[in-house]
Unconditional design. Structure first.
Length: 256
């Protein structure tokens, strides 16, 4: 496939309101042919779907409840997810998962919300896109319990070690590789050489986690090429092979 797929970008957020057209033009000029948009919560859905409507050939939405949005109104939020999934097709159930970085108050609710959304995905034969900040081992454990042979997805923003990568791959999941691959102390230089291209997809997580040399600035899908260049270097593969394989993986996973 002769284009890139950014499998994770929040390009519907306010950070892009002033220059969304130009930002997406830069993406397509750099060979990005599809951008998958993970949802956050009920408050982000309309903005996400407006971007899909404006750029239907480029932007593909998902539906899910982000763990950082799991609060006291979690039942209402999950009802919204299920309702939206029942009305139309989405590429995946995401972004879902667990997060203990900012707040540990709703840990039990996060785990329950994750399980409920995994079951929604299984019911509709959709992949899941998993966020797990400070909770990688715990989340792998949960997926191992939930895996019935039909569950597929990606561990977004993978920053773990080789053993964790092996467990994820053994679950028939992909690793989402983004800007952290370019960070000096990101750790992926010790992991990616042993994994190869069969088990990864590329992502930016725009507007977050911009790769070097843009680190600390707003991230955007055009920077996927920079991430891919680092992946090519670490896996000792031609950049053309990184494009063809990661695009094939993403197309397969998300039925694009």
């Amino acid at each position: 496939m002769s284009y890139w797929i950014d499998t994770h970008a929040h390009i519907y957020l306010g950070e892009f309101d002033a220059d969304r057209d130009e930002m997406l033009q830069r993406a397509t000029q750099n060979g990005v042919g599809k951008i998958l948009m993970p949802n956050i919560d009920s408050g982000s859905v309309d903005a996400m779907l407006r971007v899909e409507e404006a750029y239907p050939e480029l932007c593909v939405p998902m539906m899910g409840l982000h763990p950082c949005s799991v609060k006291d109104d979690v039942e209402k939020q999950l009802y919204e997810v299920e309702n939206r999934l029942s009305k139309r097709k989405f590429a995946a159930v995401g972004e879902i998962g667990t997060d203990l970085y900012w707040d540990k108050t709703f840990w039990e609710q996060q785990k329950e919300a994750f399980t409920i959304q995994v079951n929604l995905a299984r019911k509709r034969n959709l992949p899941v896109v998993i966020h797990c900040r400070e909770t990688l081992d715990e989340t792998i454990d949960m997926v191992e319990q939930l895996q019935d042979g039909n569950l597929a997805g990606v561990f977004h923003c993978f920053t773990g070690n080789s053993e964790q990568a092996g467990r994820i791959i053994g679950l028939n999941f992909y690793l989402g590789i983004g800007g952290v691959a370019t960070f000096k102390n990101g750790g992926l230089d010790n992991v990616l050489p042993g994994i190869g291209l069969d088990n990864i997809v590329l992502e930016t997580d725009s507007p977050y986690l911009a790769p070097v040399p843009h680190r600390g600035k707003r991230n955007e899908p055009s920077y996927l090429v920079t991430i891919a260049g680092r992946v090519a270097q670490l896996t000792n593969q031609p950049i053309e092979d990184v494009m063809s394989k990661t695009t094939e993986n993403a197309r397969k996973l998300f039925s694009l």
